[in-house]
Every structure is written in C-alpha cells, then in structure tokens.
Design a protein around this ligand. Sequence first.
Ligand SMILES: [Mn+2]
Length: 405
Amino acid sequence: MKSEFTSEFFRGNRMRLRTLYGRATPIVVGASGLLQRNGDNTYPFRQDSSFWYLTGINVAGAVLVMDKDTEYIIVPDQQAHQTIFDGPILEEVLLGRSGVDAIVGEQEGWRQLNKRLKRIKRVATLIPPEPYLDFYGFYTNPGRAVLQEKIKTINAQIELHDLRGHVTAMRMVKQPQELATIKTAIKITTDTLGYIKTHLRDYKSEYEIEADLIQAYLRKGAKGHAFHPIVAAGKNACTIHYNINNDSLSGARFVLLDTGAEVDEYAADLGSTYWLTERNKRETAVYEAVIAVQGFAYSLLKPGVLIKEYETQIEHYMGEKLCELGLITEIERETVRKYFPHATSHHVGLDAHDAADYQRPLEPGMVLAVEPGIYIPEESIGVRIENNVLITREGIEILSQDLVQ
Ligand SMILES: [Mn+2]
C-alpha cells in the first residue's frame, strides 16, 4: 500500500518541535528497542510512536539528534551475522524517509554526541515511562530509559528536559496525511467487520473470527492489528478487555468485537456487538440504550468541549438509561460505573489510545473514539459499539460511517 508519508511530514514535525521547544538546547530522542519474547526470539518490532512521528524510521535502538543547524540519526552497528539474519539497514533509504542530514553509525555517532553532551548543562528528550505500569500490569519498552541512562553516564550533572508535552500537543491535532491514513485503517476495519457480520453463522469459535480479522487486514494492505483484537462471545463480553478469543460460539447469543487495523503506524479502533440469533426484548433494550448513549455523545462533541465535562454528562445520561433498564435506581458515579466501567472517548492516532492531554479543549482535527457500553454479568449480556469521529469546526464527522452496527 502506498504510504501517505514523505520526508516532508517528518521534517515538518521536527521543525515544529524545535519551534515549540526552542533551539537553544539539543534534542536527543530514542527509538524503542527489541524485546525478548522467549529464548532468542523477539516480539515483532513496533517503533515508539513519537520517535516514528519525528523520523518515520522503524529501526530499533536508533537515536535522533537535533542540534544547532544539524539533524542526524544514530543507527546501531550491525554485526555481519545480523546483516545476514535480519537484512541490511540501508542508509539511503533512511535518509530519504526521514529527511535528516546524516545517518551515522553507533561508534561515530556516540563519539560526536559524547563530546557535545559533556559540555552542555541540559538536553531535551522524551522522558521514559515507569518501567512497570501497575494499572495495566505490564513492563514498558526500555528504549527511552536506556538512552537516558547513557546520557547520564556521559554527564551525570546534565539536566533532562521533557519533550512529551510538546510532542503530545502536536500529535493531538491530525495533519491531512495522518487523517487519510486513519481513514484507510478505518475503511479496512469496517469492511472486515461487515464481512464478519454477514457470515456470522459460519463461525464456530471466537478464534475463527480472529483468524478472519488478521487475514482480511493483511490482504487489504494493513500492517496487521493496531492492538490485540477482542472477540468475545456471550458472557465473555462482560470482561472489557477479553482477548483470549478461544471460546466456542455454540450456545452464545451474540459476539462483541473490538478491533482495528494498523496502516503505516496509524490505528483504527472500532467495534460492535453482533447477534448470532434473533435479539430478544431485553437484549434489544440494552442494545438500543447503547445506541442512544452514542447519539447523545455525538450531540455533545464539538470544538471547545472539555472531555472531563463531556464524560460527566454522558455518565448522567447513561444513568438514566440504566434506570430505564431497571439496573439501578439512583444515578451516582458508583452505580453507573458498575455497568459502564470505562470512559466513552479517547484520542486515536499512532496509538489506539493516543497520546493526549485531556485537559485541553477539543479542536478541529482531533480524532476520537466513541465507545459506550453496557455490561450486565448477572444476565450474561455485554454490548459495546465503537466508532471513530473527527472533530470539525461545526461538530463532528463520523469517520466510521460504514461500520455495520
Ligand atoms: Mn477504544
């Protein structure tokens, strides 16, 4: 598939970052590193989204340096066996893609950087996240932390300035190439979900649906999944991030899908709940309540809106729906969150849950997911419908208009 991105995009992002942050302090940004899966087997490489946004380069362990009037990328030296096993890293390809002045090898690059870092008081970088994210229960990619350690080893006194706020501010408002790519990812995903809905009765298990998702994404030109898909039949839908996807569909009345293709490095994040049999009255009431909340969310979204206030309004509206369904009698945060335990919206972009400052009012060019859901474990019903919308000057454009709900 033809990429929307040329070196102009990445060069433009670097120029804007230097305008936002200032040119007096050198900027040094690290790529993600390869991660062990088991033994000498690595996980498929996925670049740090912000590093990609500034370089377009998918090399593990690379380092971008922006200093005075020069920009260069240090790429890890390849041992002869790595060139044979992993393929060569081609300098001219990296230069053409990123638009930097030079690609330099590890030794030469760090020799240059070493000299500079020893003499300066501060350097700007993307500060690493905590090594272990308690809330999500996983280890983060150590790429940024490794770079930070290396800088500190060269100059222990050096002050590290954090660029995350600036890069996040830039990533929140999508440029035309980004929007076009997100639209492609959305189209691939909605086409695939449409196919699955039409053939729903042919599937005997969740994993057969998962197999068709990856098959369709790859065949339609996506890189693969933007995140591990959720294919949850029946009561499994009440587990919000269920993704074992190995259950049988026999006896299940519906299946909840939450998935997105990845195109270039951009995500779609969509989903719906499809019935394997005729919806009964109760299921229809729950489904229609979710649709009503979705419509209410759409009516609120426009420039200037604060996500926090938007979520509070939706929580109240959802509360009314849950009362109508006889699930709660009082509309309070705790009662509502028992049946709707997640947020309605998040930004979508290079990451399915994209880098964002949720204190910042909405602006045209932002892309959001809208994903209300109602989960009733005691009735084994879980319904979520997720669309992606673009904030426009007037309100929103639903980017996933083709999603079969
Ligand atoms: Mn989502």
